[in-house]
Ligand binder design. Structure first.
Ligand code: ZN
Length: 302
């Protein structure tokens, strides 16, 4: 048996209630950054760029992801932005190997082979990869990428992309029914019916997709770890917008997942403010990074 990556501390299963961030039942502030633990920082590249639609505000989300890593006190973060779909990828050759982990906040154009190959080699040879929310929408036809993410949605994914995967009776089980991939809920967004090869995939947390909210009635994977060659991948399907990113549950699992993907270890503690079965827990300083914060909660588009 593979050891379970301790990204969640003890294993926690998310109920839908905890994903309904709009309820904001309890607002708490997490203690400030861990002191740096000495030694060189973990170098992380946030690779961002075009989103397939305006409902993913990647330009404002990247600084939030960057800040969340920086307040952990362990990471040195660079942002690298890919050209837009009609842009020139010939000049875009990020030096993946300078980094212990790459955080993908990108759902744009397919990449040329000259870019795919070094990315595949980087992960295969032990690089860390973190997939946040809509990054699992990207590259529906790139086989290696789909093995890295395990499951993904939209962009024409269907039964040829792989089965759907649910948590049922203590096991992650495939569902081979035909149809399109990807369905989302209000709240954060609870991604459901994602599809993919699901190879070397460990599901750390699931959320119940409530039929009463047009859900599937299944326990859907929301936090996943995977192996690709020597590389470690942490995949969180959460994080649709800045309100969702301000959840202490998102922040903690993102920080710990990034450390695990980069190093294979997790040294950060789970804060006492981690949400519970009864409470939602937000960081207002993060929520306030949303330029529309003062207008109150809103979630445009699909
Ligand atoms: Zn979304």
């Amino acid at each position: 048996m593979e050891p379970v990556p301790q990204i969640l501390g003890r294993q926690r299963r998310y109920g839908m209630a905890k994903l309904v961030f709009l309820l904001m039942m309890l607002v708490t502030i997490m203690p400030l950054a861990n002191p740096a633990l000495g030694g060189p920082p973990i170098r992380v590249m946030i690779l961002d760029g075009q989103s397939a639609g305006p409902y993913h505000d990647w330009q404002h989300i990247t600084p939030v992801l960057k800040r969340e890593l920086e307040i952990a006190g362990l990471f040195q973060v660079d942002v690298v932005t890919a050209p837009p779909s009609n842009g020139d990828f010939n000049q875009f050759n990020p030096d993946f190997n300078k980094y212990q982990a790459i955080v993908l906040n990108y759902d744009g154009a397919d990449w040329p082979t000259d870019l795919k190959t070094p990315f595949e080699n980087y992960v295969k040879n032990g690089g860390g990869l973190v997939i946040v929310h809509a990054a699992d929408n990207a590259f529906p036809r790139w086989r290696a990428f789909n093995e890295m993410i395990g499951i993904g949605g939209w962009r024409g994914r269907n039964e040829t992309s792989g089965s759907m995967w649910y948590y049922s009776n203590g096991k992650v089980v495939p569902d081979y029914s035909p149809g399109f991939a990807g369905w989302m809920h209000a709240g954060d967004e609870l991604y459901a019916t994602l599809r993919g090869p699901g190879k070397n995939m460990m599901v750390l947390a699931t959320a119940y997709s409530e039929p009463g909210n047009r859900g599937t009635g299944h326990e859907e994977p929301i936090l996943i770890t995977l192996a690709y060659g020597q590389g470690r991948i942490f995949h969180t399907t959460m994080g649709h917008d800045i309100a969702a990113l301000s959840c202490v549950g998102f922040i903690t699992t993102f920080q710990r997942g990034a450390e695990w993907a980069a190093s294979g270890k997790v040294t950060q503690k789970v804060p006492a403010t981690f949400p519970s079965a009864e409470t939602v827990s937000l960081r207002i300083d993060i929520a306030a990074m949303d330029p529309r914060f003062h207008e109150g909660p809103q979630r445009p588009g699909h």
